[in-house]
Design a protein. Structure first.
Ligand code: ADP
Ligand code: MN
Ligand code: MN
Ligand code: MN
Ligand code: MN
Length: 339
């Protein structure tokens, strides 16, 4: 039996990595993680190697059905290794594995809200040629052709994520025309991050067939238009069981150099988005609060009511690396909760 495996990996583009993929025809063997072969690629074309020693290794880490090709075909997310099988410097997943193993007993889980913007050539989808649409106000969770742009693509993407078996938990239209969100989780750190990368790949691939591009640019339109974020919802077992742990986590994120350590790894261009306007807190001032969409970290009102649950880190940009944001939150909060 022959089937197609789309090997997907994260490249070394600075300051924001890009997704790459290529197809391997497999004629024998199974399609589980253990059965899939490692593969290689030209790292000099992806900012992951010099031309004179260009080979890099693709090691499968997550596999799912390919909803685009269908049948027995699969998507294979890979991590990038050097030829001596050590993690390549662009491989941020390896560091998450290490941190997660240290704190797995605390059972950290995440739900990530991925915002993004469709573009039709140079314009956000729904922006008139040479001008601007009506100001923000009616687009968020809107309905109707005057407010909604790209729903056919969004529905196709959602369907593809579900067919792939990803843990996608919802979608909504966002504050700016052509801007949307999907949520992945709640899932364990490696699962949420692997699946978010695959969901991003499916977003680009689905939109491609509509001749539309999608971008994770955190501030796709300058001026009085919302940016695009990746609110990261987080809890541990202790946080899901009691309010003290919720407060411990919020306080830990504010200690010493932590606010800056986090923010500078929350996606390129974060100071353009975290201005203090458009439902953001300024990037250089840490705060947390109940129900507060102007705080760095929000405790949802229901969580305060129930005296348990999760927190929402509102700072990460849409272009954040999910391996990095989950690693930092686990590292900072679980270390504090262990005491
Ligand atoms: P918002 O009101 O901020 O737009 P969303 O509904 O878009 O919220 O996203 C909330 C996210 O929080 C979802 O992805 C959901 O899976 C996640 N979530 C819910 N409970 C928990 C929890 N206990 N720990 C971590 N994430 C959670
Ligand atoms: Mn070639
Ligand atoms: Mn949301
Ligand atoms: Mn949102
Ligand atoms: Mn949110």
């Amino acid at each position: 039996m022959t089937f197609k495996a789309e090997y997907i990996w994260i490249d070394g583009t600075e300051p924001t990595a890009k997704l790459r993929s290529k197809t391997k025809i497999l004629t024998s063997g199974g399609a589980t993680l253990d059965e899939l072969p490692i593969w290689g690629f030209d790292g000099s074309s992806t900012n992951q190697a010099e031309g004179h020693a260009s080979d890099r290794v693709l090691k499968p880490v997550f596999v799912c059905p390919d909803p685009i090709r269908g049948g027995d075909d699969i998507l294979v997310l890979c991590e990038v290794l050097n030829t001596d099988m050590t993690p390549h410097s662009s491989n941020t997943r390896a560091a998450l594995v290490e941190t997660y193993e240290k704190y797995a007993a605390q059972e950290p889980i995440f739900g990530i809200e991925q915002e993004y913007t469709f573009f039709d050539g140079e314009r956000p989808l729904g922006f008139p040629v040479g001008g601007f649409p009506a100001p923000q106000g009616g687009y968020y969770c809107g309905v109707g052709a005057d407010e909604i742009f790209g729903r056919d693509i969004v529905e196709a993407h959602l369907e593809n994520c579900l067919k792939a078996g990803l843990g996608i938990s919802g979608i909504n239209a966002e504050v700016m025309p052509g801007q949307w969100e999907f949520q992945v989780g709640p899932l364990a750190p490696l699962e949420v991050a692997d699946q978010l990368w695959v969901a991003r790949w499916l977003l680009y691939r689905t939109a491609e067939d509509f001749k539309v591009s999608a971008t994770l640019d955190p501030k796709p339109v300058k001026g009085d238009w919302n940016g695009a974020g990746a609110h990261t919802n987080f809890s541990t077992k202790a946080m899901r069981e009691g309010y003290d742990a919720i407060i411990t986590a919020c306080e830990a994120l504010g200690e010493g150099s932590k606010p800056l350590d986090h923010v500078k790894n929350y996606g390129a261009g974060i100071d353009d988005r975290l201005t203090g306007l458009h439902e953001t807190a300024p990037w250089d001032k840490y705060s947390y609060g109940v129900s507060d969409r102007g705080a760095s970290v929000r405790i949802p009102w229901q969580v305060e009511q129930d005296r348990k649950g999760y927190i929402e880190d509102r700072r990460p940009n849409a272009n954040v690396d999910p391996y990095t944001v989950t690693r930092l939150l686990v590292d900072t909060c679980c270390e504090a909760l262990e005491k």
